[in-house]
Structures are given as C-alpha cells and as structure tokens.
Design a protein around this ligand. Sequence first.
Ligand SMILES: C[S@@+](CC[C@H](N)C(=O)[O-])C[C@H]1O[C@@H](n2cnc3c(N)ncnc32)[C@H](O)[C@@H]1O
Length: 255
Amino acid sequence: MSSAADQQDTAKTAPCIKILTLFPDMVRTVLETSIPGRAERQGQVRYEVVDIREFSVDKHRTVDDTAYGGGAGMIMMAKPVVEAVESVRQNNDATVILTTPQGETFDEALTLELLEDLQLKGEIILICGHYKGIDERAIELVVNREVSIGDYVLSGGELPALVVADALVRRIEGVLHNEDSANNDSFTTVRGGGLDCQWYTKPPEFRGLTVPDVLLSGHHGKIAQWRDEQAKERTEVRRPDLRQTEETDDKSRKR
Ligand SMILES: C[S@@+](CC[C@H](N)C(=O)[O-])C[C@H]1O[C@@H](n2cnc3c(N)ncnc32)[C@H](O)[C@@H]1O
C-alpha cells in the first residue's frame, strides 16, 4: 500500500492531457466524471484545461475573425491558438493534435499509438476548433497531428477531444478495475480485433427472455468458448471488415 506522500509524487509525474478550448467548463465537467475523473483522483493522469480566450487579441476576448477572400463563417485566429499551445507545452516534442473532420480517423490502433506517445513524452495537447476551423498558419506552426472521430461535422472540437481523452485514459494501466476491464472489449487483441460478445446480468429471466444456459452452468471453459464463438459470429455478421485470418490473429496476440 502506498503512502499519501507516494500518491502525491505519482500524481505530480502522471502523464498530462491538455485540452485547449473555448468552452473550458464543458470540458472540465466531463473530465471530472466517471472513469476519467476517477483516474485523475487516483493520480494516474492529470488534466489541464486551457481557455483559448485567455490569449485573445483584445479586451473583448475576441478569438475569431472573418475569412480572407470572403465567405460565410468565422475563423479562429492563429495568435490565440498558437500562444495557448506555447503556454502549456512543456516538452517541445509533445504531440499537438488538432481535432478536425479532415484528420486521420481515430480508432483502436491510433488509441494505442497516442497512449504510448503520452506515456513517453508525459503530455499530449488537444486543440478544439470552432466556427469554420482555425487559421491554417496555426496548424503549420504548432500542430503535428490531425485527428477526426468520423465522417460527420460537429459544431466544435470539445466532444472529439473528450472522446480521445476518454479512450486514452481507460487504457492506462490500473485505471480500470476488474468490473470495467477493457481486456476483451471490441477491437482488442483478445477479440482478435473484432467485436465483443453479448453480456447478461440478473435476473435469469426478464419478460420471458432467458439467459443462455451455458452462462449459468458455472463451467468456465465452456463459458469462455461460448463467448469467443459469439464474438466471432457478431464480427462476421456486423463487421466482416474486421475479420482476421488465423495468421494475423496469432501475430496480434503475440504483440
Ligand atoms: C464546424 S467544424 C469545422 C469544419 C470544417 N470547416 C470542415 O469542413 O472540415 C468546427 C470544429 O469542430 C471540430 N470537429 C467537427 N467535426 C469533427 C470531427 N468529425 N472530428 C474531429 N473534430 C471535429 C473541429 O475542431 C472543427 O474545427
């Protein structure tokens, strides 16, 4: 059991996820909740939420302006975004991610890559865009990765940044307890990159629907085999694109 002093030291050295946003309260509320909140309280991760308006160009806290060349929609100015990044970046090699529908798609592989990056460099910076997006020069100056959470357009980058933060935090070793373990969730190597199986809890019968007998048998080997088969069948039916050959399955298990 670690002492209070040990826990404080761990908290100071825990990797830090830094989110730059125009809506700090929205971001903080989510980060304080559920597993991301618990991880911070346990000292396994730290968060820094930066209000981009703190770096605005005037007393009205302006951070956006009209587009050169005309057109509908405002653009976030380069100065506040660049200065906000510079104010929080401690490691010059830190990965600075712009959330944008034009970025690489966020998935399991990218989650693990960014998690390794966060642990290696001690920080990761996420910029939430708004309006039509941010001045391209800010991207050239401080962004080294662009990430999309899917082919649709949201009003702002807060939800995408929180999606990335949540996905990373739950994969930090020790964050998840047994009851919410990520080991055999969809896309993990245990599932061969495929989908998870279906799950049931008490009671054994609900509105005439019963739990499969095997799950009540107490036979751990048979239960594991059934879950594995169900997961494979689901993957085949719902996401055949995730199907892996035995060979690639073996390789990914060894990783
Ligand atoms: C209205 S969007 C801008 C869309 C941009 N003009 C385009 O069409 O590519 C405003 C902000 O929301 C965020 N955003 C919207 N959809 C996103 C997605 N699918 N993935 C990641 N970020 C997204 C980005 O930060 C973006 O700067």
